[in-house]
Write a protein that binds this ligand. Structure first.
Ligand SMILES: NC(=O)c1ccc[n+]([C@@H]2O[C@H](COP(=O)([O-])OP(=O)(O)OC[C@H]3O[C@@H](n4cnc5c(N)ncnc54)[C@H](O)[C@@H]3O)[C@@H](O)[C@H]2O)c1
Length: 333
């Protein structure tokens, strides 16, 4: 473990990753967007906004300058929300070099371009050199990772050596990485499960019972598989940690913000009210737009994602969305 790690994004996930990495590395740099948050982590050793109450070890160095955080980095892990990923990489570009490898830990599909995050990173960095990019994903609530609860996830990318290097460098006590060559399947799974989680929250907010949740997870997985395959990914990937694993977690775990958004919608709150009270990101809200568009372009049927899009952006009543899902033409499984 002698590679130097820089984590870009000091939200809940970036902070938790820095804590996990500090269990295996002597020093980890963490870029924090808000200078006051960086200062509080430095002084008081906790992230007051995005991961309150969890001690951040001295081995983690919070920094608000991209130049400083990237200087000397071998592995750059980005954990920023998907809608700022492009902008953050643009600002990083002057400080990037060919020796670095890039790992995206973000879950989302860009609204404007329908690109996955590894594609966004390549799109920006290609102006300077062709980057080596991988993705990490899986069932990983930030709080549990920060507390050192056992967690398994996947590192995905087309380059065999890179995957194995990253597996070795990023594995840490109670933080176990598996490799998978299918970055498309992993990133599609990571992104679309958040929409299904909103749907699971709606089911819970409407008090529709466990049968409905189990059906939703299963049929949600079927539509994620269809999209992943249409985009060039493998169906089997979605049976793994970054597919079914993450889907179960986000659809059933109370810590899931996307599920919480769904619960609030199901309880009758409007999207405006929900997001105006949220400082943290619920990626499923934005990614439902990109997913519905991507599905339309690729000719993939995604009834759950379409209904959630309609609830979020067309003010469809959640109960009507559920009724329409149940009243669809009868089909073979
Ligand atoms: N929280 C989790 O448990 C978890 C787990 C796995 C993956 N993820 C993914 O990680 C990504 C980040 O999520 P999070 O939970 O850490 O977010 P968060 O809601 O905890 O924090 C939001 C982050 O966005 C940053 N930010 C806001 N505006 C910005 C801007 N203009 N430029 C740069 N940064 C800006 C904030 O500083 C903060 O770091 C998401 O894609 C999420 O799906 C989260």
């Amino acid at each position: 473990m002698n590679k130097s790690i820089a984590i870009v994004g000091g939200g809940g996930w970036g902070t938790a990753l820095s804590i996990a990495m500090a269990r295996a590395h002597d020093s980890v740099k963490l870029w924090v967007f808000e200078p006051d948050v960086a200062e509080t982590i430095r002084r008081e050793r906790y992230n007051p906004i995005y991961l309150p109450g969890v001690p951040v070890p001295e081995r983690v160095h919070p920094i608000d300058s991209l130049e400083e955080v990237l200087s000397g980095a071998d592995i750059v892990i980005s954990a920023v929300p998907s809608h700022v990923c492009r902008d953050v990489y643009r600002k990083m570009l002057p400080y990037l070099n060919q020796e670095m490898v890039f790992v995206t830990a973000t879950k989302g599909i860009e609204n404007e371009t329908l690109m996955r995050m590894s594609e966004v990173i390549t799109d920006i960095v290609e102006a300077k050199f062709t980057p080596r990019v991988a993705a990490i994903s899986g069932p990983t609530f930030a709080l549990e990772v920060a507390h050192g609860e056992p967690t398994a996830l996947v590192v995905a990318g087309p380059d065999d050596d890179l995957r194995r290097d990253l597996q070795r460098e990023l594995s840490a006590p109670h933080f176990r990485l598996y490799t998978n060559p299918d970055i498309i399947g992993v990133e599609i799974g990571a992104s679309v499960k958040n929409i299904i989680a909103i749907a699971a929250g709606v089911v819970s907010g409407l008090n529709l019972g466990h049968n409905a949740t189990a059906a939703l997870i299963t049929r949600g997985l079927a539509e994620i598989m269809r999209l992943a395959e249409a985009c060039g990914g493998r169906r089997e990937t979605l049976a793994g940690l970054a597919g079914l694993g993450d889907l179960i977690l986000t659809c059933t775990g109370h810590l899931s913000r996307n599920r919480q958004v769904g619960v609030a919608l199901g309880s009758g709150k409007s999207l405006n009210d929900i997001v105006s009270n949220m400082r943290m990101v619920a990626e499923g809200i934005k990614t439902s737009k990109s997913t519905v568009e991507l599905a339309r372009m690729r000719g993939v049927e995604m009834p759950i994602a379409q209904q959630i899009y309609a609830v979020l952006y067309e003010r469809k009543a959640p109960q009507i969305a559920i009724n329409e899902l149940m009243d669809r033409e009868l089909k073979a499984e």
